[in-house]
Design a protein around this ligand. Structure first.
Ligand SMILES: *[C@@H]1O[C@H](CO)[C@@H](O)[C@H](O)[C@H]1NC(C)=O
Ligand SMILES: *[C@@H]1O[C@H](CO)[C@@H](O)[C@H](O)[C@H]1NC(C)=O
Ligand SMILES: *[C@@H]1O[C@H](CO)[C@@H](O)[C@H](O)[C@H]1NC(C)=O
Ligand SMILES: *[C@@H]1O[C@H](CO)[C@@H](O)[C@H](O)[C@H]1NC(C)=O
Ligand SMILES: *[C@@H]1O[C@H](CO)[C@@H](O)[C@H](O)[C@H]1NC(C)=O
Ligand SMILES: *[C@@H]1O[C@H](CO)[C@@H](O)[C@H](O)[C@H]1NC(C)=O
Ligand SMILES: *[C@@H]1O[C@H](CO)[C@@H](O)[C@H](O)[C@H]1NC(C)=O
Ligand SMILES: *[C@@H]1O[C@H](CO)[C@@H](O)[C@H](O)[C@H]1NC(C)=O
Ligand SMILES: *[C@@H]1O[C@H](CO)[C@@H](O)[C@H](O)[C@H]1NC(C)=O
Ligand SMILES: *[C@@H]1O[C@H](CO)[C@@H](O)[C@H](O)[C@H]1NC(C)=O
Length: 847
């Protein structure tokens, strides 16, 4: 294992330098827009570092009723033009912006805040431009809260008819709301080549085409650089589009692999600046195994407003030197489960490799719930017997098309949806509207560290075969193909492998394993890791009773795995605890290394916090979350103290906390654990291993491992549980990228309540919140020695649960205004703060 990690580290570094050169050589002349104008509404002229020259809006808004205003509060990450000032008015106001005929991007920038004596909630308005309604009853405050944005950009593409010399935009406060007012912080107008008129898009599920003509206005709702990092507006060849990363939109366990530009291939400049050149230099493909690919899809999903047609533009470019002929990679494109293109052969479409192309499809999303998912599936096409069963995608854009009345406005997204269609714990995966502008400049050691980590994470993913970062035990409930089949075995023979421990651990024959998994049927695949595949199966334990199991099959070719395999069996068979995933048995025959575990039917903790594969997953309540954290803390506490020699887990994260059918949390993945310090040493010196976002900075710096590194990672887990967001989010402004840093800072500033998971708003007792927040913050202390022990963490979490229960019983009023600026009682690392009320829970279930 060490070797693998070391190797990965080296590859990572190589890729890092390679990438820097790579990016520099990506040259494409900038598009020179006929018109480009950036209005700083309510503010002065100002040139920003990204090259945009913002000018004061005074000469474009003749209305005298619209006044300049400054936001009452400025968050540090949005202290930039145009978000510092706004034009606000209680009555209609219109901008007339000079523009030449042709298509323009109109971008409206919003930062929700109180402006003067006007509250953020009263900003409720529409925006129109000629025949189009761009925004309808729009609440920036509600949208930003629901999507957890600090600021947002709405982008439209509108055609200015021949003969006209300007574009008007009118903002009108909602008439059915008293005190309503309209505001805007910035307006951008950038003319762009009309890439829509040139080809008619294919209407999915209909025989006709769909013409995006001059009368059609579009709103961009998603724009992704598939398989790669975000592309900032300033890197988009003069068009200032913002391209996000596709990670948050991937569905299921099979995320494919990222392929990068083959040095022998040169990418031609895309026609009409359809996308920046860099977008085409990476792609996501299904991966190298044709037989796996045949049985699976590469799937993305996007939350969108119902009742509109959408233009889905897929960008392709083959970048491998080995793929240059037709019928090498051929696949089928499905949109919303309907065939959009039965036979997609990128080489046939483009005429060769290195040639960027895009294909447009139009999908009508019927009315129903106000928001629903748009699905994109790619599946290998087999009828023409292509050389590889694979599929690729380089980039993607989704545009909303105006309806027959010229409307583009959708409902304001809501925080808590009704039970029926309620992914309330799952944030809409979209963070796309948040302009990636924030991440621009910034030196300083911590910023650099974050950037490096972000790059490392990205590289790590890239180098990995599908989901390398998933360890042995990471089980996802959702495989590629959710068939319910399961095999059963009838053999009861129990022979114990020679060098391997006996006792509770059972030996399975290879034949038994084959029967249990229907000969490793891909339909039973639960997850895919760098070390092997995990299948669901059913085995007989004692006469007649069968049990569901998860079967992890090591890659038969990997010889390095043998030692690790035996370590894991040895370690796991000794460790028996309610809050650790149990090893049921193993199989070691020929070159096979197979482990059999309890099946965890509720999957990983992470999928219940955000990015749920199944959007209908209901949100976990605060009490459930506390219960799960307590369980996981018990498991870790046992590892640290319950066995003869301390065991340091080294990879504590929400995907390694699994949930059984009764929602009991079980810690998994010990294949990489380290036996901790003996009495004389206080640390284990070791190669840094772990998952970015969870990594103890002290361990990272000093490469010395103590159990306090697990405490740090567990602190990150606690913040994830509280905030319902991943530990790293590259798209956010730099202060917020790392959850550990951002949450601790919010905690110190007393604003942690503001970033908690929206579906917990109004549901957490203030005292419980305080206790939990304090505990989490202590766990992520920079200095390991200052962090509490797992035992203290456990005790404090139990305390937090008790506080919540008391509150729910009505003993304490559930408050929702968290003021953490006052100092809270410190967490005693001796753990000597019990009170009579809680003494009994200390003895509750556990070992
Ligand atoms: C890229 O463009 C810059 C300036 O536009 C130029 O100096 C440089 O030589 C170009 N590099 C390549 C590889 O074409
Ligand atoms: C702001 O910039 C505009 C356009 O360049 C110019 O016309 C105007 O005079 C400038 N205003 C000030 C106050 O500098
Ligand atoms: C669309 O509008 C542009 C200018 O706005 C004009 O040049 C072009 O001819 C129009 N196309 C059609 C088909 O009317
Ligand atoms: C807000 O302030 C303006 C003047 O700055 C005043 O005319 C208006 O009445 C005030 N509105 C409220 C609701 O206080
Ligand atoms: C306008 O939006 C607000 C806030 O989302 C909502 O309460 C109100 O019902 C909406 N009004 C209409 C007419 O849709
Ligand atoms: C303001 O604009 C709205 C929507 O465009 C329109 O219905 C309303 O009549 C306008 N009000 C005034 C006073 O012009
Ligand atoms: C690049 O092309 C050269 C010469 O055609 C060939 O020898 C080499 O293997 C190619 N490299 C890759 C990575 O395909
Ligand atoms: C592809 O996967 C199948 C099924 O898991 C396996 O039997 C086969 O050996 C794999 N092929 C390669 C080349 O890894
Ligand atoms: C791939 O997606 C299509 C369209 O949603 C679906 O019909 C098909 O069953 C999927 N195939 C697999 C193997 O999941
Ligand atoms: C978009 O709105 C315009 C103006 O109302 C209308 O002429 C056009 O037909 C609409 N497009 C669609 C596709 O309905």
């Amino acid at each position: 294992m060490r070797n693998i990690i070391q190797l990965l580290g080296i590859i990572t570094i190589c890729f890092l330098t390679y990438n820097l050169i790579d990016v520099k050589s990506q040259n494409q002349t900038n598009y020179v827009p006929i018109d480009q104008i950036f209005l700083n509404c309510g503010g002065p002229n100002s040139t920003e570092s990204d090259g945009r020259k913002w000018i004061s809006d005074t000469t474009f808004s003749p209305s005298t009723t619209a006044t300049a205003a400054t936001a009452a509060t400025q968050k540090p990450d949005v202290s930039q033009v145009p978000y510092m000032t706004a034009r606000v008015s209680r009555s209609n106001f219109t901008y007339t912006i000079p523009a030449s005929p042709g298509r323009v991007f109109l971008r409206l920038h919003f930062y929700s805040a109180a402006y003067g004596n006007l509250t953020a909630a009263d900003a409720l308005f529409s925006a129109t431009s000629s025949a189009y309604t761009l925004l309808k009853n729009f609440s920036a405050a509600q949208t930003m809260e629901a999507l957890q944005l600090t600021h947002m950009v709405k982008e439209f593409s509108i055609n200015i008819p021949a003969g006209e010399e300007s574009l008007t935009v009118t903002f009108a406060p909602a008439s059915d709301h008293t005190n309503s007012y309209a505001f805007v912080n910035g307006i951008e107008l950038v003319s762009h080549p009309d890439t829509f008129a040139t080809a008619s898009a294919l209407a999915v599920g209909q025989s006709s085409g769909f013409q995006i003509d001059n009368a059609t206005a579009l709103e961009n709702v998603r724009r992704l650089n598939v398989g790669e990092n975000a592309i900032k507006p300033s890197d988009d060849n003069g068009l200032f589009r913002s391209w996000g990363n596709d990670d948050d939109y991937l569905f299921g366990a099979a995320h494919g692999v990222v392929r990068r530009l083959d040095p022998n291939v040169t990418v031609a400049a895309p026609v009409n600046y359809a996308a920046p050149l860099g977008l085409y230099t990476t792609l996501r493909s299904m991966g190298p195994n044709s037989s796996v690919n045949r049985n699976s899809n590469l799937t993305w999903y996007f939350k969108i407003d119902s009742g509109f047609s959408y233009l889905v533009r897929l960008h392709f470019c083959e970048i491998s030197g080995d793929i240059y002929k037709t019928n090498q990679i051929v696949f089928t494109i499905f949109l919303n489960k309907q065939t959009a293109a039965a036979v997609a052969d990128v080489i046939a479409w483009a005429g060769g490799n290195g040639v960027p192309i895009h294909r447009d499809f139009v999908v009508f999303v019927a009315t129903g719930p106000s928001q629903q998912n748009l699905w994109l599936d790619l599946h290998p096409y087999t009828a023409s017997s292509p050389q590889f069963y694979d599929a690729i995608l380089n980039g993607l854009e989704i545009f909303k098309i105006n309806d027959s009345r010229g409307n583009l406005g959708g409902p304001n997204p809501t925080l808590t949806l009704p039970e029926s269609d309620a992914p309330s714990s799952n944030k809409p995966p979209s963070k796309n509207h948040s302009a990636a502008i924030g991440g621009g400049v910034g030196a300083g050691a911590s910023a650099l560290l974050v950037v490096v980590i972000v790059i490392l994470v990205a590289r790590r993913r890239r180098n990995a075969a599908a989901g390398e970062e998933d360890g042995w035990l990471t089980l996802s409930k959702y495989g590629n193909s959710p068939s319910l089949f399961s095999g059963t075995t009838t053999t009861t023979a129990t022979s114990i492998g020679s060098s391997l421990p006996s006792g509770l651990c059972r030996h399975f024959s290879f034949a038994e394993i084959k029967a249990a998994t229907n000969n490793f049927d891909e339909a039973l695949l639960l997850g895919l890791g760098g070390f092997g595949k995990v299948y669901r199966g059913e085995v007989e334990i004692t006469d007649g009773t069968t049990t569901k199991v998860a079967i992890k099959r090591g890659n038969p070719l990997s010889q390095q795995g043998v030692h690790e395999f035996q370590t894991e069996i040895e370690m796991l068979s000794k460790l028996r605890h309610r809050h650790l995933v149990s090893l049921i048995g193993f199989c070691q025959e020929k070159h096979e290394m197979i482990l059999v575990y309890d099946y965890m039917s509720n999957g990983t903790l992470r999928e219940h916090l955000y990015n749920a594969p199944n959007p209908a997953t209901p949100a976990l309540s605060w009490k459930q979350r506390l219960g799960i954290c307590i369980g996981a803390a018990r498991g870790l506490h046992y590892l640290h103290t319950g066995v003869k020699q301390t065991i340091i887990h080294r990879d504590v994260k929400t995907t390694n906390i699994l949930l059984d059918e009764k929602w009991v949390a079980k810690v998994s993945d010990f294949g990489l654990s380290k036996t901790g310090p003996s009495m004389e040493d206080t640390h284990v010196s070791t190669l840094v291993k772990g998952s970015f976002g969870y990594l103890d900075p002290e361990y990272y710096r000093r490469q010395q491992l103590t159990e306090k590194s697990d405490v740090y990672s567990f602190g990150v887990v606690l913040f994830e549980v509280l905030c319902g967001r991943p530990p790293l989010m590259r798209k956010l402004p730099k202060e917020q990228v790392s959850l550990a840093e951002w949450a601790r800072r919010c905690y110190e500033e007393g604003s942690l309540g503001g970033i908690r998971d929206p579906c917990l708003v109004g549901k957490i007792a203030a005292e419980s919140f305080e206790k939990f927040a304090e505990t989490a913050a202590k766990c992520v202390d920079e200095v390991g020695a200052e962090r509490p022990s797992m035992g203290d963490v456990l005790w404090n979490l139990e305390f937090a649960l008790q506080l919540q229960e008391s509150a729910e019983e009505g003993l304490v009023v559930v408050a929702d205004d968290f003021d953490l600026s006052r100092s809270v009682a410190s967490l005693d690392s001796s753990g000597a703060t019990p009170s009579a009320v809680f003494s009994q829970i200390m003895n509750a279930d556990g070992r």
